[in-house]
Design a protein around this ligand. Structure first.
Ligand code: C2O
Ligand code: CU
Length: 432
């Protein structure tokens, strides 16, 4: 795979399997080896890991406020655990080995049960040697449906990822390459999006659920053939729809868009050399019934309002190449501590509002993820910004976030550039 192939690659849109789960409870996800057509049709296939025969795994659609049970069966040669990214669930269902559960060993299974409190776009992924298991394909979309269906013609999930592939399609095993861990992380030479549908009509109104499932790549995105807005980030509805112009997704981040189709839809990653086509949605026929009108509104998030902060913590990202000296034992650290310390970085009383200054004192961007909660990004003028579960900090950037820690348990905080997480950028808090 040379660079030209990577940058000039044709569209590789593919239709995700979309089982209907409405009647078949409980759900089962079987982690296993799969063979997937990642490169364009006609080129080599890729031996990967997946769920129920494919990567991405099946789209799980859950009802907000209703108990869900998902049985994870491990048919791999190694252990695994599944994390339900962005869901504010019970701590023991969070899927983090050591911190919240034991590994699911080969041949064993574990049933995860939880009640998803917020409608929106989430995803699930392995949380064991995740820089490798996620890159190999152990991930899939998790949609929590709205109480009242949103008025659109189609609801399309778009999962972005990238991989280092050989010319024949085989995966390059560089998941823990120390050079990439110390820099921007495992970064694919081939990227694409998987769509849950490959065709729409001119004039259709479509909800697009974008999920960045890449292990390390930040996707600056440009869409063509649509007019519309961003209506939700990381599962949470925005109070005001936002322009599509500077859509950037860090690893693990999601964006929901509602758009009207004006022509064939292109999903492009913006690169220094121009656009790189990730996927396309064909247009066939015309929707003459759909009247253009204001975009439907999503239900506003129902989270506790932040009070005045009981604690002000600082989490400084340190290390990496060109990062200078830090006190951690691994390549990266938070506050001079690498990897999961035996004691929590902070102990927080349930219900407390905490202000956290996230300071990036390194030469690379980081996407910091907090488990079990969403938090507000604090804008430069001090006002409350977006509700997120993963926030992107550019090199040397710093940002405050405000979080109401109302979910008891042991919660991970880590960089979602998964190479950085394995390189040490992980810690945890305890909510008592
Ligand atoms: Cu999506 Cu700890 O991760
Ligand atoms: Cu990072």
């Amino acid at each position: 795979m040379n660079r030209r192939h990577f940058l000039a690659s044709a569209s590789a849109a593919m239709v995700l399997p979309r089982p209907s789960f409405a009647s078949a409870l409980p759900l089962t996800l079987k982690a296993q080896s799969v063979t997937q057509q990642i490169l364009p049709e006609g080129e080599g296939t890729t031996a990967m890991l997946g769920f129920n025969g494919s990567t991405p795994g099946p789209e799980l659609r859950l009802k907000r406020g209703a108990q869900a049970s998902i049985k994870v069966e491990n048919a791999l040669q190694e252990g695994t655990a599944v994390h339900w990214h962005g869901i504010r669930l019970e701590n023991r269902m969070d899927g983090v080995p050591v911190l919240t559960q034991d590994l699911i060993n080969p041949g064993d299974s574990k049933t995860y049960s939880f009640v998803p409190p917020d409608a929106g776009t989430y995803w699930y992924h392995s949380h064991y040697i995740s820089q490798e298991q996620v890159a190999r394909g152990l991930m899939g979309p998790l949609i929590v449906e709205d109480d009242m269906p949103v008025d659109v013609d189609h609801d399309v999930t778009v999962i972005l990822s990238d991989w280092i592939l050989n010319q024949d399609g085989s995966l390059v095993d560089e998941f823990t390459d120390m050079h990439s861990v110390a820099h921007a992380g495992y970064m694919g030479n081939f990227a694409r999006a998987f769509l849950s549908r490959d065709e729409v009509r001119q004039g259709d109104r479509v909800r697009l659920r974008l999920i960045n499932a890449a292990t390390n790549r930040i996707f600056p995105l440009m869409l063509s053939g649509v007019s519309g807005s961003v209506v939700a980030l990381d599962g949470m509805a925005l109070s005001q729809p936002r322009d599509l112009s500077d859509l950037v997704l860090a690893p693990a981040q999601r964006a929901d868009l509602i758009v009207d189709i004006t022509g064939p839809v292109g999903f492009d990653m913006q690169t220094g050399q121009g656009g790189y086509r990730l996927a396309e949605l064909r247009v066939s026929g015309e929707n003459s019934e759909r009247k253009p009108g204001p975009l439907p509104k999503l239900t506003a998030p129902n989270l506790p309002a932040p009070g005045s902060p009981a604690q002000h913590l600082t989490l400084t990202m340190m290390g990496g190449a060109m990062g200078g000296h830090h006190g951690g034992a691994n390549i990266w650290s938070f506050n001079d501590v690498s990897d999961l310390p035996p004691d929590p970085f902070a102990t927080i009383e349930r219900g407390e509002t905490v202000r956290i200054t996230l300071a990036n004192d390194t030469a690379f961007p980081h996407g910091i993820h907090l488990h079990g909660h969403h938090f507000y990004e604090v804008a430069a003028d001090g006002s409350l910004g977006d509700l997120r579960d993963t926030t992107l900090l550019a090199a040397r950037e710093s940002r405050d976030v405000l979080c109401v820690f109302d979910n008891p348990g042991r919660w991970l905080i880590h960089c979602h550039m998964l190479s950085h997480a394995i390189g040490g950028m992980r810690t945890w808090v305890e909510v008592t």
